[in-house]
Ligand binder design. Structure first.
Ligand SMILES: Nc1ncnc2c1ncn2[C@@H]1O[C@H](COP(=O)(O)OP(=O)(O)O)[C@@H](O)[C@H]1O
Ligand SMILES: [Mg+2]
Length: 297
C-alpha cells in the first residue's frame, strides 16, 4: 500500500467520522398508503408522488438498526440499494401512520422508511430466478456460476459478506428489466451474528459469513478456474478491500450507535462491548479472506 493510498484511506475515515449522521430522506407529507407488501410492510407515496416502503419491525428494533446500517454502508459504495431512515417510536413521523400500525401496544414501535427501488423481485422472473443464487455470498459452486453470468452482482456479494447478510434470496434482490440493473433491499439480517451475540453468554458466535466464504474459496483450485471466474474473485476482492478501508470497526461502531440513538434504541454496555468485539472479529475474518483471494491473481 503506497503513501497516497494510506493518506486517502485516512482522509476518508476522518470524513466518515465527522459525518456520523444517519440517513435522512426527503419526503413531503401527507402520505397515501398504496399497498401492502406483508402484514408489517406498506407501500406508501408522499404528497409529491415519491414512492417509499414503510416497515414495522415485529421481531425487534435491533433488526431495524441492522437494516438501516446495512443500507447506509451499501449506498456509500455506490451500490444500487434502497436508502433507509429510522424513526424512534415517539417521533411525530409515526403519528402519520397511527391508523395502520400493525404492532401490539407492547411492541417497540420503531419504524424504517425505505426508498422504493424500481423493478421487480428476481424471484418473480422464472428465467433469471433459475440463474441466480447468491444467498450467503460465495460459498457454493452455483454462487460462482451465477456471478460469472451476472458480474454486476459481485459488488453485492462482497457487500453481503462484509455486512454478514445471510438473507440475499431472490425476493430481496430486485431487477429493473428495462435497464438490466439489480437492486438490493432488506438488510435486516445483516450483521447476523451480532443479533445472537447479545443474547448468549459466550463472547462470540464464530460462524460468520466471511468464515464460510473463506472455507469455500480455499477449496478452489486456481488452475481449474476460468478467466471469468478469476474476474469474479478479483471484483469481490476489490470491493471487500474498499469496504474494509472505509469502515474500520471503530467507525462502523459509531455509525451503528448513531443510528441506534436516532431510533431511541439503547444498547447496554455489555451489548456495546460485544458489538465492538464482533466488528473486530468480522473485520479480521474479511481481511483473512482478502489475503486468500490475493493468492488467485
Ligand atoms: N425498498 C423496497 N422497494 C421495493 N419493494 C420493497 C422494498 N422494501 C421492501 N419491499 C417489498 O416488501 C417485501 C417485504 O420487505 P422486506 O424488507 O423484504 O421485509 P422482510 O424482512 O419481511 O422480508 C419485499 O419482499 C418487497 O416485495
Ligand atoms: Mg425480505
Amino acid at each position: 500500500m503506497n503513501i497516497f493510498h494510506t493518506s486517502l484511506i485516512f482522509l476518508c475515515s476522518i470524513a466518515l467520522l465527522l459525518n456520523c449522521t444517519p440517513t435522512q430522506l426527503s419526503f413531503t407529507p401527507p402520505f397515501t398508503v398504496t399497498g401492502l407488501a406483508t402484514k408489517t410492510t406498506f407501500f406508501v407515496q408522499d404528497a409529491v408522488g415519491r414512492q417509499f416502503v414503510l416497515k414495522y419491525h415485529p421481531r425487534g428494533p435491533k433488526r431495524a438498526i441492522h437494516d438501516t446500517l446495512g443500507a447506509y454502508v451499501g449506498k456509500s459504495i455506490g451500490l444500487h440499494i434502497n436508502e433507509v431512515e429510522i424513526f424512534s417510536p415517539h417521533h411525530p413521523f409515526n403519528q402519520l401512520f397511527n391508523d395502520i400500525n400493525p404492532l401490539e401496544p407492547s411492541q417497540f414501535r420503531v419504524t424504517t422508511l425505505h426508498t422504493r427501488v424500481p423493478g421487480t423481485s428476481v424471484k418473480s422472473i422464472k428465467k433469471i430466478n433459475n440463474e441466480i443464487c447468491i444467498k450467503r455470498g460465495l460459498c457454493k459452486e452455483k454462487h460462482l456460476e451465477s456471478l460469472t453470468k451476472y458480474m454486476q452482482l459481485c459488488d453485492m456479494v462482497a457487500f453481503d459478506i462484509f455486512i454478514e447478510n445471510t438473507d440475499r434470496h431472490n425476493r430481496n434482490l430486485f431487477i429493473d428489466v428495462i435497464t438490466g440493473e439489480f437492486y438490493a433491499i432488506d438488510m435486516d439480517h445483516g450483521f447476523k451474528s451480532a443479533l445472537a451475540l447479545v443474547n448468549i453468554a459466550r463472547d462470540y458466535d464464530f460462524d460468520t459469513l466471511a468464515v464460510r466464504v473463506y472455507e469455500f474459496v480455499k477449496m478452489l483450485q486456481k488452475q481449474k478456474l476460468s478467466s471469468q471466474e478469476i474476474k469474479v474473485l478479483k471484483r469481490i476482492h476489490h470491493t471487500l478491500q474498499r469496504l474494509v478501508d472505509l469502515y474500520p470497526p471503530a467507525i462502523l461502531f459509531d455509525e451503528w450507535m448513531a443510528i441506534a440513538q436516532k431510533g431511541d434504541v439503547v444498547y447496554s454496555p455489555r451489548e456495546q462491548k460485544k458489538i465492538k468485539k464482533y466488528l473486530e472479529y468480522n473485520a479480521q475474518e474479511v481481511c483473512r479472506l482478502i489475503s486468500l483471494l490475493d493468492t488467485f491473481f
